[in-house]
Design a protein around this ligand. Structure first.
Ligand code: HAM
Length: 509
């Protein structure tokens, strides 16, 4: 390998992992603005912030989101949480030591106490004994190595954990863990942070992406709650300046024979009749999750899907009334919506109200938010019976859409560049910088002396509004020069006058 190729290789090793990316300034200012708006708007609706961990037991997501969903079955980043003192054996000679430490940990209940583990440890012990005997009689063979590795690998050293693909499950877990049912109900929580899904990366779809979500847990399932959650969401989108957002709503009823279960059976029967005309993904879903066929974006399937039975015609009376009231309440709140009978969502916990918001400028990944009602999820996770509803906004997509519509421009945040020359000027510059920063100005104070021409060039490049010029003359005259960079205007002012003049200006943010 040539030096140049080796260097290139080395550089390649340290690129951000596929589907992840660095968020950089000045764009991060926009991210902060969006998050700040969420803090403010959600607080006006009485929500408090929750910060759950970013990994949880895999089982939590499997149970909440559903083991058959794409998210859980294909997309989670899962790992074993093993005790820190165990080292996996590297060479065959390590296995005896490994077996002893695993046996000890098992006895102390420090590794999962499953029947499978008990069996695997026993088998490893037996295999190593056999190998040792075989070795003594020179009958040792590769098959024994393979069997040893097999049983050693079969021992589960810790619980399976996963990076969170979403946060609703965590919030419900926290509600149960902290006995939040004893607080005044409903409990209204929101979160911001990274989520992880091993999806095929493309514009608006990442493996590490960010959500801003909110959940309402406990209390009643009054349709006014659904409507207020959606109203809050639309207020937030309006406040951040998202243009052209469309809200789609639907009701997927509840899991009973006279409601969704009955509908799904009918849908399945209808799908069986047109099976041959469907693509392989939809054909598979007829058995695994027929509702998800309705999500299909495949062009050739659209005419077929249009003829399928619709859930609205199969809702039970309670769900029908609930849905009608949600729509009425949205109208009362002046929230515009479109109904979409095909909106079923890709997570298993939903019932009744589901909604999604799309925004322009995003190509095929145009959903900036998804949510819905999930009564019963808390109970499914081992808690008390509790109602639930919430949403999550895809922050990456929201930012993209804001940028595409020109609403994502971030003001340059450099108010004053202090061009100084000489030790005495530097001391005055440090004082001025401290004072101005205290008043909220963004101040750039170069760490080394620069010629004024270069300093002013730098100030220009940084987009500073003013340059404060401090040289020997200024210090001896006690008059500082302030240059407005956009116009080139200069004025000489005393230090107190100048600080006063700047403080009277608004900082650039
Ligand atoms: P979700 O529909 O899976 O729902 O995700 C919500 C939003 O997160 C999507 O509409 C999209 O904007 C964004 N998103 C999802 N996957 C990606 C990705 N790979 N890259 C970029 N953005 C993505 C949930 O997560 C539910 N927990 C929402 C919820 C809360 N329902 C009730 N409460």
């Amino acid at each position: 390998m040539s030096d140049a190729t080796a260097k290139k290789e080395e550089r390649r090793k340290f690129q951000a992992i596929r589907g992840t990316r660095d968020l950089l300034p000045p764009e991060t200012t926009l991210w902060n603005r969006v998050e700040q708006t969420a803090h403010e708007v959600f607080a006006t609706f009485g929500y408090g912030e929750i910060r759950p961990p970013i990994f949880e037991p895999t089982e939590l997501f499997a149970r909440a989101v559903g083991g058959e969903t794409d998210i859980v079955s294909k997309e989670m980043y899962t790992f074993e949480d093993r005790p820190e003192e165990v080292e996996k054996p590297q060479v065959f000679q390590d296995f005896e030591r490994y077996l002893r430490s695993v046996q000890e940990l098992f006895e102390k209940s420090r590794i999962p106490q499953s029947k499978e583990n008990e069996e695997a440890i026993k088998q490893l012990e037996r295999t190593l004994k056999k190998a040792s005997d075989a070795h003594a009689h020179q009958l040792f063979d590769v098959g024994m190595v393979a069997t040893t590795f097999y049983w050693a690998n079969a021992i589960k050293l810790g619980d399976e954990l996963s990076l969170r693909p979403e946060a609703t499950a965590s919030v419900c877990r926290a509600y149960i863990e902290h006995n939040m049912q004893q607080l005044p109900q409903p409990v209204k929580l929101y979160y911001t942070g990274p989520m992880f899904r091993r999806e095929r990366p493309q514009k608006g779809r990442y493996r590490q992406f960010y959500q801003i979500g909110a959940e309402v847990l406990g209390g009643t399932d009054a349709p006014a709650i659904d409507a207020e959650v959606i109203e809050m969401l639309m207020t937030f989108f309006d406040k951040v300046g998202l243009q052209g957002a469309t809200l789609y709503i639907n009701s997927i009823g509840h899991n009973a024979d006279n409601c969704r279960r009955g509908y799904v059976a009918g849908l399945k029967a209808a799908l069986e009749k047109v099976k041959e005309k469907l693509g392989p993904d939809s054909q598979r879903r007829i058995d695994t999750n027929p509702l998800r066929v309705l999500d299909s974006k495949l062009e050739s399937e659209q005419v077929i899907i249009a003829t399928l039975p619709r859930i609205a015609d199969h809702l039970c009376d309670e769900c029908k009334t609930h849905y009608a009231e949600v729509k009425r309440q949205l109208e009362v709140r002046g929230v515009l919506y479109q109904e979409n009978w095909r909106l079923v969502r890709g997570l298993d916990y939903y019932m009744r109200t589901t909604f999604e918001i799309t925004a322009p400028g995003l190509g095929s990944q145009n959903a900036v938010c998804g949510g819905g009602r999930y009564d019963g999820l808390v109970e499914l996770l081992g808690g008390p019976p509790a109602k639930g509803i919430g949403f999550a906004i895809g922050e990456d997509r929201l930012i993209l859409s804001l940028q595409e519509s020109g609403k994502g421009r971030v003001p340059q945040r450099r108010d004053v560049y202090i061009a100084w020359m000489g030790e005495r000027a530097y001391a005055a510059a440090i004082r001025a910088a401290k004072d101005l920063r205290k008043s909220g100005f963004s101040v750039e104070l170069p760490p080394v002396e620069q010629k004024f021409g270069k300093a002013l060039g730098q100030a220009d490049k940084l987009g500073a509004k003013y340059a404060l010029i401090l040289g020997d003359n200024e210090v001896s005259e006690a008059l500082w020069t302030l240059k407005t960079l956009a116009t080139g205007e200069q004025a000489k002012l005393t230090e107190p006058d100048l600080l006063q003049f700047l403080r009277n200006q608004k900082p650039a943010t």
